[in-house]
Ligand binder design. Sequence first.
Ligand code: G6Q
Length: 556
Amino acid sequence: MSSATPTTGSAAQAQRLTERPAWKALEDHYATMRNLHLRQLFADDPHRGERLTAEAAGIYLDYSKQRITGETIRLLMRLADECGLRERIAAMFHGERINVTEKRAVLHTALRAPETAQIVVDGVDVVPAVHALLNRMAAFSLQVRSGEWQGYTGKRIRNIINIGIGGSDLGPVMAYEALRYYSRRDMIFRFVSNVDGTDFEEATRDIDPEETLFIICSKTFTTLETLTNAHAARAWSLRKLGDDRAVRRHFVAVSANAEGVSRFGIDTENMFGFWDWVGGRYSMDSAIGLSTMIAIGPENFRAMLAGFHAMDQHFRNAPFAQNLPVLMGMLTVWNNNFFDAQTVAVLPYERYLKRFPAYLQQLTMESNGKHVTLDGTCVAYQTGPIYWGEPGTNGQHSFYQLIHQGTKLVPCDFIGFCQTLNPIDSQHDLLMSNLFAQAEALAFGKTGDEVEAEGTPGWLAPHRVFEGNRPSNTLLVKRLTPRTLGLLVALYEHSVFTQGTIWDIDSFDQWGVELGKALAQRVAPELEGMDEPPLKHDSSTNALIRHYRHLKNGPL
Ligand code: G6Q
């Protein structure tokens, strides 16, 4: 049920976050918690490690290594209630226009709703259209996978190149890498996003245009990088294929802009659409996931959607204190706003999730990197933290030093799987022992006494002390499958929404990307040609442009 007028936040939002009773109670509570050590908290409660956990749909969350007590959770849940989280969740699932600055509904959850669901936007049930599109994608994917869809010269398609950027790239790349185990190994999948010509060149230098299909992914079909690369792709294809008619067999588009697609020369019969209620960074299970579906097949893609949906249901229905996204979101608020943690490290102990932190960077930071509330007032508190990370164990030999002994508090999300997809001797146990050990070391550290008892000389002892008390979550999942990937992504999506609701910001717009884009359009013509253009920027930008032009036009 969409509302005709934009929702400007529930009545609950009228009160400022820092004025709320639960916020004030959390401030008092923080004063009692800030010097408490996890060593003490675990000593006080022998069952803490079992008690402060939650499990849903096959994901086990251990949050006992957070600097919290039962009281912290109680207060955080009270804050969630006071901020109207329950109503906001309902508003999102019902298709209200909760993206207020763009006046849009936010319905990525409809993309994975079962056929039996009914979700009405502007008087129309969107579920049949979602499934019709999924069926078209499936039919096309099967044609490509079986070889029935041939290139212009009759050759089988062996290479899929996805061209898109931001939300039209990061989800597809992450999902392909994450589910590579399930993918067609006799096909090549590549992703071109950057306007840097190197991206396109390296993706195409060793493949044959006769066997290559480009998927041009752009919701707006106006994005500079994507259109530039799409033109490069057409020129590259036609250099070998020679005939404009070849475009039909080698280019498909995913877009909401049919006019733009046909202007580019792609037959709209080869276009997969989507809707304005799907935000770019929430679109990996829309038609933007076409490359994923071709890679892993429609059945696996649907299993991934089922995973997303299971987490949606859990988020919508589970009591807050057992609700994984709510717990993770509220713990992030606790660390961010009370312990003043500036970042969150996401540390998957699973090589296939190597692009997961990069994917989460857009999901979290484009969503919650905002400085005004829904009604345009400047916030008086911190909003979204910086997300970053790398797969374990590699990170251990790099930045973990700072997490263990640096002066900054870096809350960590460890993610591990109990069954490996690639068993080699006992390597998986080794990998997982590192995950468990790192979370343990961060929480409990090593005291000066312990260091001395090992016979460490006095001058070295301070360097070997680990103060501990560094918070982490551990997420354990049985096995990495399309379904569990869907569960994990939806878990973070809803955790982001939970955080945004508390901070009273619009997690679904992205005005912060506009200014730089507009300025680049002004600069671009100033870099061209041989005549020195008049420059009207600040002295730094002017000098940089002159320096660039000088070297660019000089000898090699
Ligand atoms: C995501 C953003 C952004 C968007 C890209 C690509 O939420 O909206 O990352 O996905 O700018 O946009 P197009 O798909 O329109 O090319």
